[in-house]
Ligand binder design. Structure first.
Ligand code: ACM
Ligand code: ZN
Length: 532
């Protein structure tokens, strides 16, 4: 059976279940949405209406035949909140779980037992809608199975985000880290500060090369209104995906400073960046107005996103401006801080404390991990100081999300990060005997979008590496096997193709050693900005 991610336990049985026009869905009161979702998947390609069986039939369900039954079962205590049981027998299919998320994931597994034509959104005739009998019991390894989408560099738009959520759900991923602000663009409407989008969401062109000064002169713009954000969040919530918004600070904030230059140390003026890299102008840490601004922006973010986690970036914040700024230097003196690095800790802690009072946990890139960082803050590890991270895990039980950049960055070429490397990434550091009581919340694969102008390019970079990650996030380590994964992946790719995903073919995703060696020399070149 070609299921991705590989379930914890699979026991095939003789026989098969056949979906027919008369097949119905038997559903308890908690699973009406799941039933509609399942109907939405199956009805169009099969032509079956999959009518609900009335609830009184449910109570005497034993004799009911030719149904798919979705129900909660609080007695399945061995499964986590996201676990499920799927039993396919000739007379009925039963999906049961301790919670509705588990039933939803059971549906995603069931979907992969059907012939691949099930992924079409139109009637497919001539297919025998048969699936093999099997008993599956399944539960995830990690609670954070994430994908990061950077829309600061390139705005993709709502349709792409909704499709991303659908594909994430299909792969049992449950965190969309939405990187919404950058030097090159501010992508979310903030009512109190309209210039963030009036000015900050537009730029006059986009860099043509990684290092050169040329840009294409083609204006790029786009942002999400708050109504659109609400729609996307609701769509994600239905699919059991938490959207963790990222409002980057104090660095990577040039688009905001172009709109409100008084929030910088120098006062500006600035323009939204046309080039990529790390920029020296960042939020001033000495001015109280900066904290007022950020808290008021975050107030609107908290209204829009129910996520318990709010990402505040924190990476790549150069200290040159703070060194020369009288307000920043006064803050250092008055707070008794050692230097500008300690000033960033002060900055992070003020925001983290503020979010803590609102009942939310801060997430930041590992640069925020310093002495005195608030205990509730989650660290997303991407680079450098591994020993420091291990120390924080061992002594402070620091919660972390693992995104070691050479193993997880989806914008990297397949030469640098072939599919096998993505698959073999192990989020729990080898130095730890186990998961240290759950310190490692899970893993995340980020897509930085400097060279991702459209969905075709996005698909090519993301798939199939994100599919590999999905298996690491869900399946127990000792059940993973790359060769065997490749066999299942072949079938999965056919499904992705039917869903309209422009994935990288395996000859690109897993280049030969010779090709890898050769293309190391091309890494310094920008990747083509069009789809292959
Ligand atoms: C990062 O890649 N700057 C987090
Ligand atoms: Zn300053």
């Amino acid at each position: 059976m070609d299921i991705i991610p590989l379930p914890a336990r699979i026991e095939p049985h003789p026989g098969e279940f056949r979906l027919e026009n008369e097949t119905g869905i038997l559903v308890d009161s908690a699973n009406h949405w799941n039933a509609d979702y399942l109907r939405g998947l199956l009805s169009a390609p099969t032509g079956s209406h999959l009518k609900d069986f009335p609830i009184n039939v449910m109570t005497e369900a034993k004799g009911v035949k030719n149904v798919i039954s979705l129900r909660l079962n609080p007695e399945l205590k061995q499964l986590s909140r996201e676990g499920y049981r799927l039993d396919v027998r000739p007379e009925a299919i039963v999906i049961e779980a301790p919670g509705i998320a588990g039933v939803f994931y059971g549906i995603q597994t069931l979907r992969q037992l059907f012939p691949e034509e099930i992924e079409e959104r139109h009637l497919v005739s001539g297919v025998d809608w048969c699936l093999p009998c099997v008993f599956i019991e399944d539960t995830p390894r990690f609670s954070w199975r994430g994908f990061m989408l950077d829309e600061g560099r390139h705005f993709q738009g709502k349709e792409t985000v909704l499709l991303t959520l659908d594909l994430m759900a299909f792969q049992k991923l449950n965190v969309l880290h939405w990187h919404l602000t950058e030097d090159q663009g501010w992508r979310i409407e903030i009512k109190k500060y309209p210039k963030l989008t009036e000015i900050g969401s537009q730029r006059a062109g986009t860099s043509k090369t990684m290092l050169g000064k040329q840009h294409d002169g083609i204006p790029h713009s786009g942002f999400y209104t708050q109504d659109e954000i609400r729609e996307v969040v609701a769509y994600a919530t239905e699919r059991h995906i938490t959207i963790v918004p990222e409002i980057e600070m104090p660095g990577h904030s040039l688009a905001a400073l172009a709109a409100y230059p008084e929030l910088s140390c120098s006062g500006g003026p600035f323009e939204v960046a046309l080039h990529f890299g790390i920029f020296p102008d960042i939020y001033c840490a000495g001015k109280e107005t900066v904290f007022t601004f950020l808290q008021e922006v975050l107030d609107e973010i908290l209204e829009l996103f129910p996520s318990p986690f709010i990402h505040i970036g924190g990476d790549e914040a150069p200290k040159a401006r703070w060194k020369k700024c009288s307000a920043c230097q006064r803050r250092i003196r008055e707070e008794g801080l050692k230097d500008e690095h300690a000033l960033q800790v002060y900055f992070t802690n003020r925001i983290a404390d503020y979010l803590d009072t609102k009942g939310r946990r801060v997430v930041g890139w590992n640069e925020i991990l310093q002495k005195n960082l608030i205990q509730s803050a989650v660290v997303q590890f991407w680079v450098r100081d591994r020993l420091h991270l291990l120390d924080a895990i061992r002594t402070d039980k620091r919660a972390v999300v693992m995104s070691t950049y050479l193993d997880t960055y989806l914008d990297h070429s397949y030469c640098l990060m072939p599919l096998s490397r993505a698959y073999r990434y192990e989020p729990v550091p080898v130095e730890l005997d186990d998961n240290n009581g759950g310190s490692i919340l899970g893993l995340e694969f980020p897509l930085w979008s400097e060279w991702i102008p459209n969905r075709a390019r996005l698909d090519y970079q993301v798939y199939p590496r994100l599919t590999a990650m999905a298996e690491t996030g869900w399946t127990l380590k000792d059940k993973k096997d790359f060769k065997e994964f490749l066999r299942r992946l072949e079938k999965f790719l056919i499904r992705l193709e039917r869903l309209g995903v422009h994935y990288a073919p395996l000859k690109d995703a897993e280049p030969s050693r010779l090709k890898q060696l050769f293309c190391i020399f091309t890494i310094a070149q920008p990747q083509t900005r069009t789809a292959k």
